[in-house]
Design a protein around this ligand. Structure first.
Ligand SMILES: [Ca+2]
Ligand SMILES: [Ca+2]
Ligand SMILES: [Ca+2]
Length: 448
């Protein structure tokens, strides 16, 4: 009993910290007193959860409280969404939705599910009136059997409109009409990998299948799914995948319109086999030039690395995909994947310069050299990756070091070797700084 009271008290704190604390204005100026809403909510939930139910929290995502406040039907009043496991340690879950009626909170409905835990909960915007769905993802023992439920709250009732299996799932407004669609990716073991898109139909109060498109046939594991933009700032969903027997990455790019349905642009170019986005290096799609649109890299062997050498050095040709045209070349960079930086490779450098990695006085370096198959390579630029304080001091005391950037663990600096002077491919300090950039953690911005 003691533990129960402590937990109930903790729940009140939790509620105060989540929804209610966010109510700004007059509420905050009133003298402190027990919030009547919180008490009513807690009382009602205690009744509903039963003697063997316990509160549970979503494992991942941005909404991780056991009790969440969200205006689901767009009427300006928040509903309460609470997550229970019944019984504790079991595999059954119940999501209860409460609505405010005068001073009381009453149950509007519940969403049942089974699994090992609730993976995540989100609230896709289903129409322009501000109606939100409740999207619950349930973790199963075998990840390939994960399931989701999408429920809505209409007319004071909660109904589950859609359930199914998923490998990855993402709400995104792909046709820019102000309402989010639901994009569900499935990579079943031994089966056909597909993406499906569902759209909310307010008149029918239903989630309708709006389109389907295959993933690239060789897709094996989806690493990451995110929304971003292709050419002309058209919204798209990017799925980063590993393929069978390949260490690199490929990207499937999904776009949607009412007229053309769901399309996978990675399947529509060149070979038609979806191989056009595969690259032998593990680099995700990325907004490489910072214009808000996401480019896809193609790995190109640097000069001197053509013949399948084990230490082959790659650079990346970045392409912007388009719904109505072939991909357009944007730029080329050398990407140091482990150190997290890009260096722009100019046209003049493209077929003349390669990168050589090594270690000097305990510091890793990357040297760009003019490749000479007959004689000695001519060094043009050395980029140092300096870890820790001591190396920072080395940097401070060294002549001719150009500071390029720093991360939480390392400082990155460069030196132009004396041997570079006189080469038409040599860079000035200013050019070196211009061409260097740290790779942002987030590989593209979420759709706003
Ligand atoms: Ca409401
Ligand atoms: Ca939409
Ligand atoms: Ca870009």
């Amino acid at each position: 009993m003691k533990r129960f009271l402590a937990f109930a008290a903790a729940m009140l704190v939790l509620l105060a910290a989540s929804g209610c604390a966010m109510r700004a204005g007059a509420d905050l100026l009133k003298a402190p007193k027990p919030d009547k809403d919180n008490q009513a909510i807690t009382d009602e939930l205690e009744l509903l959860k039963g003697w063997d139910g316990v509160y549970t929290t979503p494992y991942a995502g941005t909404n991780r409280n056991a009790v969440q406040m969200k205006d689901l039907d767009g009427d300006g009043i928040e509903e309460v969404v609470a997550f229970f496991q019944t019984p504790k340690g079991g595999n059954r879950f119940e999501t209860v939705v409460l609505g405010k009626r005068d001073e009381a909170y009453v149950q509007l409905g519940s969403i049942a599910g089974t699994g090992t835990q609730i993976n995540s909960v989100s609230y896709p915007i289903l129409d322009k009136t501000g109606r939100c769905g409740i999207l619950i993802c349930w973790q199963q023992v075998s990840e390939s059997e994960n399931r989701f439920s999408l429920a809505v709250c209409t007319g004071g009732q909660v109904r589950t409109l859609l359930e199914g299996a998923y490998s990855s799932i993402l709400p995104a407004d792909l046709d820019s009409d102000g309402a989010q669609e639901l994009v569900v990716l499935n990579v079943p073991e031994g089966g056909r990998s597909t993406a499906t898109i569902y759209e909310y139909d307010a008149a029918a109060d239903a989630m309708n299948l709006a389109g389907e498109a295959p993933l690239s046939g060789v897709a094996k594991v989806i690493y990451k799914v995110a929304a971003g933009y292709i050419a002309d700032r058209q919204p798209a969903v990017f799925a980063e995948e590993r393929i069978e027997g390949g260490a690199g990455r490929q990207t499937d790019i999904f776009v949607y319109s009412q007229t053309d349905g769901l399309r996978n642009l990675a399947l529509e170019t060149e070979s038609g086999q979806g191989k056009s986005t595969y690259r032998a290096v593990a680099v995700n799609a990325y907004d490489v030039n910072g214009d808000g649109m996401t480019e896809i890299p193609r790995a190109v062997r640097m000069v001197g690395s053509e013949s399948g050498a084990a230490d082959a050095a790659y650079m990346l040709d970045w392409y912007l995909y388009s719904a109505g045209a072939e991909p357009a070349y944007v730029m080329t960079t050398y990407r140091n994947v482990s150190q997290g930086w890009d260096f722009t490779i100019s046209k003049a450098w493209h077929d003349a310069v390669r990168a050589v990695k090594g270690t000097e006085n305990g510091s890793e370096y990357t040297c760009f050299v003019i490749f000479d198959p007959e004689g000695d390579d001519i060094p043009l630029l050395t980029v140092y990756y300096l870890l820790g304080e001591e190396n920072r001091r080395t940097l401070d005391s060294a002549d001719g070091m150009i500071l390029l950037g720093s991360t939480s663990t390392a400082t990155i600096a460069a030196r132009i070797p004396a041997a570079a002077s006189g080469s038409s491919l040599a860079l000035t300090e200013e050019q070196v700084k211009e061409r260097f950039s740290l790779v942002a953690d987030d590989w593209n911005a979420p759709l706003s």
